[in-house]
Write a protein of this length. Structure first.
Length: 296
């Protein structure tokens, strides 16, 4: 980190291993300024903390993990040794109390499975149908009509098993806030060339993994960065879902993909999203480059 921007790098020797959920204890510490001043000094841990004007989170990294971050940032080939070192020694990201509370509330949503016997879940499913097909009456929660939306069978609940109730909430948020994108009546094509609903469930599942939302505290810089947005808006996950869905659709068209290319499109979408979330000077989701796709 650059001291000209008011940041610093504190290098600490650690007496206790970096275990998930544990706090690191240092036996000695020194502060070094400059982005690479700690290199070659035999130090065991780097604690990077932002300046007061910088909203980015603070975190602990080992020197190997710092090198991995630099390599990824500038898209350089990743040495196998560094990749292994970072995987066995994950960083510990510190959270503000408000970020922790927001993460816990989001995790409580992740824990809810879809249950067709719960009236609230039934109403959400009907609301999704009405948003997608406002002029066509749904004959039943189990119906062949659901295949028209891209579900694999006549019972959508079977497709929710991977994403839980939150995947239905995400689809409904998308449908209510961006109905033109849901219906795809204009643009490069007027019909979905992939199963829309199943794609939506896969996006929810992908975001949960990418942001490491099931961990007690974030173990990736992408996950820690997202919590900054979540602390500012409880609907950040739903909005990011919409951005991701539109980005996926954009990638699909750009790659001229077929149904067999779906996994490749999802990987490309995830990589692009990760890179955008780590861009400097991004303080709101609305500043992401892909956010502009929502208005196209």
């Amino acid at each position: 980190m650059d001291d000209r921007e008011g940041s610093f790098v504190a290098v600490r020797r650690i007496s206790q291993g970096l275990e998930r959920g544990n706090t690191c204890h240092s036996t000695s510490a020194e502060v070094v300024a400059g982005s690479a001043a700690w290199l070659g000094r035999g130090l065991s841990c780097v604690c990077a903390q932002s300046s007061e004007s910088d909203a980015r989170p603070s975190f602990d990294l080992t020197p190997g993990q710092c090198l991995v971050s630099l390599i990824l940032k500038f898209h350089k080939p990743l040495p196998l040794a560094f990749g292994f070192f970072a995987s066995v020694c994950p960083p510990i990201f510190r959270l503000w109390c408000c970020q922790e509370e927001c993460l816990q509330r989001l995790q409580s949503r992740l824990d809810v499975s879809y249950d067709c016997s719960i009236p609230e879940h039934q109403e959400a499913l009907r609301a999704l149908w009405n948003a997608a097909f406002p002029e066509e009456e749904l004959r039943g929660l189990i119906s062949e009509q659901w295949k028209d939306m891209g579900w694999q069978g006549k019972d959508p609940s079977t497709d929710f098993r991977g994403g839980g109730f939150i995947s239905l909430e995400n689809l409904l948020f998308f449908a209510k806030n961006f109905p033109d994108l849901l219906q795809k009546q204009e643009g490069d094509r007027s019909v979905w060339e992939y199963p829309f609903a199943v794609a939506g469930v896969n996006i929810t599942f992908m975001l949960i993994q990418m942001l490491d939302l099931e961990a007690v505290k974030p173990r990736t810089l992408v996950g820690a960065t997202f919590l900054k947005f979540l602390a500012e808006s409880e609907s950040a996950f739903d909005l990011l879902y919409c951005i991701t869905f539109k980005l996926m659709d954009h990638q699909w068209l750009s790659m001229r993909a077929s149904y067999m290319d779906f996994n490749a499109v999802m990987k490309s979408t995830r990589l692009q999203l990760e890179q955008e979330l780590l861009l400097e000077d991004i303080t709101r989701l609305e500043q992401l480059p892909s956010y502009g796709l929502l208005s196209q």
